[in-house]
Design a protein around this ligand. Structure first.
Ligand code: FEO
Length: 409
């Protein structure tokens, strides 16, 4: 049974949160042993109830139970859709069948098409909001702002000006099941751990649209002058103690700002030849005062690509070890690189250790793969089979050259 939390988070505004520990691969891609929450919200007014978003359809029964624990179906007069991805709208068809399709639905103009394509729904009272449109109902005012591509083109956020609360959908969300509801209920250590999950989530889910992150943040802060006292995302932790912390951090992730001293090492090694070279590189890093994060892809363990992407995003430098495989890059490495290129690229130095048996190919292919943006400079070192003292010297020299580049920045 999944844990559900129903809690009033501001006057008459209720959080409906479910803890999803069943999904192993979010979007059928990203490994999340830490789980995820889906956060919907309910605002009660003397004239009726406004529902914001929903949950993944897997939790349909729990959602209806949570919803009807705070409001009767007949009281629900409005539904606001911040984002159509089914982790937030999977419960919508059942909700509509319970309360009737003539409820007022508010969303971005693109929602109309998505309601049909995802659910075959054509609700009669669909209100397609323009940027800055508002709804006043039951003495409460809601202002809607477009935030395209965070995470889909139809994303909007809702501001409650009187309370200065911002409901943000995917934006400012994170993986994991936070130990509390609000940031100010967690220890600093727990908030920092959560931030790692939030960075992993942001990179994997929104990373492809990092330029849009910066554009939307700038619009929310500079154009609409929003500096919310409370940020309520649709995943993870709610922000009340220091909402600007997640805003500032989100901006740094959008910019790809590196964390000082952070180096990530990723390697694939079928028969541990690459691993031996990587061990030399890691040893040299440690001699130089660094404590790298190391992700192995070997025959008895496989690092999670979601973790790799999250850590590459704010690393100062990356070391990649790979084999030549069928005259090409090792397949899993190729997948990782293509996702880094899409979601976590930044002009940071990369050292590639390409190990080959009879013909070097991985290094050359990697250079082709990364041409035009992800990583700068790229240092490629091809090493034949068994590690020799000469090979070890070359690797240590390569690591020191990488660090010289890092320190010179
Ligand atoms: Fe949480 Fe893009 O959905």
């Amino acid at each position: 049974m999944s844990k559900v939390t129903v809690q009033e988070v501001s006057k008459d505004l209720f959080l409906l949160r479910v803890e999803d520990t069943r999904t192993r691969y979010f979007e059928a891609l990203w490994e999340i042993p830490e789980g995820i929450t889906y956060n919907a919200y309910v605002l009660k007014t003397p004239e009726g109830t406004i529902l914001f978003d929903g949950w993944k359809h897997t939790f349909e029964d729990e959602f209806i139970a949570a919803l009807t624990s705070v409001t009767s179906p007949a009281e629900i007069k409005h539904i606001v859709i911040h984002h159509m991805e089914p982790d937030h709208t999977g419960t919508l068809p059942r909700t509509l069948s319970m309360i009737g399709e003539d409820v007022n639905i508010w969303g971005h103009p693109f929602v109309k098409q998505l309601l049909v394509s995802l659910y075959g729904l054509t609700p009669p009272n669909l209100n397609l909001v323009k940027n800055g449109n508002s709804l006043t109902f039951g003495g409460r005012e809601l202002v809607f702002y477009h935030a395209p591509w965070l995470h889909w083109p139809e994303t909007i956020v809702t501001h409650l000006p009187a309370e200065n609360i911002l409901l943000t959908g995917d934006i400012f969300g994170g993986y994991s099941i936070p130990a509390g509801i609000f940031d100010d209920e967690l220890t600093e250590d727990d908030v920092q751990t959560y931030m790692d999950y939030s960075r992993k989530y942001t990179t994997t889910v929104i990373g492809h649209y990092r330029d849009k992150m910066l554009k939307n943040l700038s619009a929310l802060e500079d154009k609409y002058r929003l500096r919310p006292a409370m940020i309520l995302p649709a995943h993870g932790l709610l922000w009340r103690g220091d909402p600007q912390r997640i805003v500032r951090t989100f901006q740094q992730w959008g910019e790809g700002t590196p964390k000082k001293g952070k180096i990530t090492v990723v390697y694939s090694s079928m028969y541990r030849y690459v691993e031996k070279s990587i061990q030399v590189a890691v040893d040299e890093l440690k001699k130089q005062g660094y404590d790298p994060i190391v992700y192995p892809i070997v025959d008895d363990q496989r690092a999670a690509i979601a973790d790799i992407l999250g850590d590459v995003l704010n690393s100062e430098a990356v070391i990649l070890g790979t084999e030549t495989y069928e005259a090409d890059v090792f397949p899993y490495t190729e997948f990782i690189l293509s996702e880094i290129r899409k979601k976590a690229c930044a002009p940071r130095p990369l050292l590639v250790l390409g190990i080959f048996g009879w013909a070097a190919a991985a290094g050359r292919k990697i250079r082709q793969l990364l041409e035009g943006g992800a990583f700068d400079p790229i240092q490629i070192m091809e090493i034949k089979g068994l590690l020799t003292p000469e090979g070890e010297t070359r690797i240590r020299d390569g690591v020191r050259t990488l660090l010289d580049t890092v320190r010179a920045r």
